[in-house]
Write a protein that binds this ligand. Sequence first.
Ligand code: IPM
Ligand code: MN
Length: 367
Amino acid sequence: MKLKIAILAGDGIGPEVTREAVNILKAIAEFGGHDFSFTEALLGGIAITAEGTPLPKQTIDIALDADAVLLGAVGDNKFNHLTPDKRPEAGLLQIRQVLGGFANLRPCLAFPALADNSPLRPEVTKGVDILFVRELLGGLYFGQPRSWNEETGEAINTMRYTKSEVTRVARIAFDLARKRRKKLTQVDKANVLECSQLWRATVDELKSDYPDVTVEHQLVDSMAMHLMNVPRNFDVVLTENLFGDILSDESGIITGSLGMLPSATLGGKVNLYEPVHGSAPDIAGTGKANPLGAILTAAMLLRHSAGLEQDATAIEAAVAEVLNAGHRTADIARGNVGATVTTQQMGKLVHQALAQSIDRSQSLHGV
Ligand code: IPM
Ligand code: MN
């Protein structure tokens, strides 16, 4: 199969983790006889430095022309003094808008090998498999008016949603729940916010179309607590934009590290794939970054943009195997007996495990 992939590696650890993810995609192409092409483009701080804008026109063209966009991370402390519309993050928000994906899938899977790595007790994280569905194009991130008036000392952001914006992402969450354990938890702050009341009412209206899915509502504050207390109770978790941003980072505690979390954004012109972690400028270039979030993101790309479910599963299995063998990057090294590996070494280990599993399955088919 043919697949055009745009690579927006971005800032900080973005390029180093993305390199490992691309190596894995190249391996899949090679093993399966696929024709994957990769086109790099600038986004974020690196684009501001080179082109004076966080999202150059050329990047938009390359992204829109691709079958899938793989992003690394965006953000650079150098630009902290700029207003939100000029910062590297503005480029990320704009490319999300341009591509149009509104359903951001953020799986949180507790790998058994990392049980001792989470500050939560192993019996709490055991078997946890949550899929956050975060609305990505609405709410406080994009609502108008927005402003900060330094003279009057007043700042404004607007949380705004329409029923159709809620419906389209809720339907995706319902459909995903159907394919999983058939439970949907909708998160809001309906005891205070009208927007949240709209979310709750809209999801309740849709329930009759999905009689096989159990729906529960949680207020975001108590959800933050339940997530640490009984994470196993959750299957698909549907949130508006900001709540999903916060809860998905919190879920990094369950997996042992934010560096383990992948994401896929669906529903627009071109799907966008980005690990949940940020640019982590403090460790950029040190070899400490964990590429597994990016590699698992590449697996999601194969699943959702190429229909290569088997290859996606093979990558996920290779990651589990490498972890089971005791290999750890610095962020997941707690309680580890073996030596810590670098970003690149971790990428190679996954590549090896993947190659071996593909060899095994090919020799099985040959019999
Ligand atoms: C994320 C990030 C972004 C967000 C930032 C970098 C704008 O935190 O993808 O979770 O808030 O969406
Ligand atoms: Mn975030």
